[in-house]
Design a protein around this ligand. Structure first.
Ligand code: NAD
Length: 497
């Protein structure tokens, strides 16, 4: 009998009401590892009702107590992070060291949220008028929904739930159906850390579960991360139902290489950022924009490094794992035919890779394509695989214009030894996260994460100060304690006296 992964509602596994399930693969083996339940609207509504009931007490729980639960979760997660990384690798496919890195970046947000007593302090203005004080406090929203993608099944939920919970909210998480097990593992760990039942719930599933979250009147906010078309849909539907929504979408990240750059550093960075996690990162570099005359020399250096990469089962000491599903692998590989048809030069063809893993795994080796026309879908689509394109330009200005003409604005990087050029790039580029000689500029937990343009819908980025703002609403109080001797009527508009 195949194992079936349940939802997690009210502090424990829950089979829900629907008999729909979907397969969860071990992508390095190319086999179905288990099934996951696909929640119905009724399952979502019940989880929301449970979370609403839990909010009545969690929202009133002292900040100190909430902080203690998070400290406990941090300690447990730190002690058992290898266990989480192993589950993650078995369902996502990324190599173990990369999975450990993902968990570490999630832990950072947990540690940030442990400082909530400091972060969520309000403001106080004394004696704004005679005997009148004004102060503002940050209150939780209530039940918050989180919908996450397959590529960071541990880190992306941790971008949101530690902050949401620390602020006093209760959570319903709808993880990706492609690698759902880590969500239940984290739910169990939160319970072990002392989080009361019902504060953190997981409903698995697909569009049906997402839609139910978007329309449920008791869901106050939705935090979404995924592809741009779904991010737009989630934003439009959620806001139409009166919710606060932050929806982070897809990306096509460019690395601009100026002729004065250290080309060994650039080649290392391009390979790391292009092929890490098989290119299934929203901050992956997928386009190298080479300002001539550097392209030929840089391509040689990148190709040399690619020859040393081992593609295979992430549980062995490989550099790059499989793609998430066979369907996705075939779609990504299809861009190689498009590249040839569109007149680009395939420098390294990942279909020819020799793998250190089972033959049935969803493999595609690192791929390098030169002279990609900017009209080709190889350039315009978010491929989300180990495919690095090179576009050659004549000048810095042409490179920036190309980047700014794209629909996305998630991440970008410039490689140069010219501080003035780097500073100008930082100012002129229309992208939300910028690296200067850093290929994957994911901000640390105490800055916020988010792109611009079609990479985000809504005005709050993830985690950091904007995360605290998103998961709280401010209340301003104007207070006067009357002296018993005070009296009299005055119907005039209040003035400062
Ligand atoms: P996806 O959009 O297919 O799925 C994301 C979530 O939406 C999943 O939980 C999924 O079940 C749900 N979903 C899918 N189709 C839906 C539909 N029609 N209606 C309602 N819900 C639906 O994304 P994915 O393939 O899981 O993840 C990869 C994408 O996520 C890439 O585009 C990547 O760039 C993006 N991403 C962005 C960021 C960022 O911070 N901007 C971070 C990670 C991933």
């Amino acid at each position: 009998m195949t194992e079936v992964l349940d939802h997690w509602i009210a502090g424990g596994p829950d089979a829900g009401t629907s008999d729909r399930t979907g397969p969860v693969y071990d992508p390095a083996l190319g086999e179905v590892a288990r099934q996951v339940r696909y929640g119905s609207a009724a399952d979502v509504d019940r989880a929301v009702a449970v979370a609403k009931e839990a909010f009545a007490s969690w929202g009133e729980t002292s900040i100190a107590r909430r902080q203690q639960v998070l400290f406990g979760f941090r300690e447990l997660l730190n002690a058992r992070k290898d266990e989480l990384a192993a589950i993650l690798t078995s369902e996502h496919g990324k190599v173990l060291s990369d999975a450990a890195g993902e968990v570490a970046r999630g832990l950072e947000v947990v540690e940030f949220a442990c400082a909530m007593p400091q972060l969520a302090k309000g403001a106080f203005s004394q004696n704004v008028s005679t005997d009148v004080d004004v102060y503002s406090v940050k209150e939780p929203l209530g039940v918050v929904g989180i919908i996450s993608p397959f590529n960071f099944p541990a880190m992306v939920p941790m971008w949101f739930f530690p902050i949401a919970i620390a602020c006093g909210n209760t959570v319903v998480l709808k993880p990706s159906e492609k690698d759902p097990s880590v969500a239940n593992w984290m739910a169990a760990l939160l319970a072990e850390a002392g989080l009361p039942d019902g504060v953190f719930n997981v409903v698995h599933g697909d569009k049906e579960a997402v839609d139910a979250l978007l329309v449920n009147p008791d869901v106050a906010s939705v935090s979404f991360v995924g592809s741009t078309p779904i991010a737009r849909y989630v934003y439009e539907t959620g806001t139409a139902h009166g919710k606060r929504v932050q929806a982070l979408g897809g990306a096509k990240n460019h690395m601009l290489v100026l002729p004065d750059a250290d080309l060994d550093l650039v080649a290392d960075s391009a390979v790391n950022a292009g092929f890490g996690s098989a290119g299934e990162r929203c901050m992956a570099i997928s386009v190298v924009v080479a300002v001539e005359p550097v392209a030929d020399e840089l391509i040689d250096k990148i190709r040399d490094r690619m020859g040393k990469l081992v593609t295979g089962d992430g549980r062995r000491s490989c550099d790059m794992g499989p793609l998430i599903t066979r369907e996705h692998r075939d779609k990504v590989a299809g861009y190689l035919d498009v590249a040839a048809a569109d007149g680009a030069t395939v420098v390294v063809d990942g279909r020819e890779v020799e793998v250190d893993g089972a033959a049935e795994g969803f493999w595609l080796g690192p791929t390098l394509i030169d002279r990609v026309p900017t009209t080709s879908t190889v350039y315009t689509d978010e491929i989300f695989g180990p495919v690095l394109s090179v576009v050659r330009v004549a000048s810095y200005a042409d490179g920036v214009a190309l980047i700014n003409a794209g629909p996305y604005g998630n991440g970008t990087a410039i490689f140069t030894n010219d501080g003035g050029a780097a500073r100008r790039f930082q100012r002129e580029v229309e992208v939300g996260m910028v690296g200067i000689n850093v290929p994957i500029p994911v901000p640390v937990a105490y800055h916020s994460f988010g792109g611009w343009k079609a990479s985000i819908f809504g005005d709050a980025k993830a985690y950091g100060p904007q995360g605290v703002e998103f998961f709280t609403r401010e209340k301003a109080i104007t207070s006067r304690w009357l002296d018993p001797s005070h009296g009299g009527l005055n119907l005039g508009f209040p003035q400062h006296t």
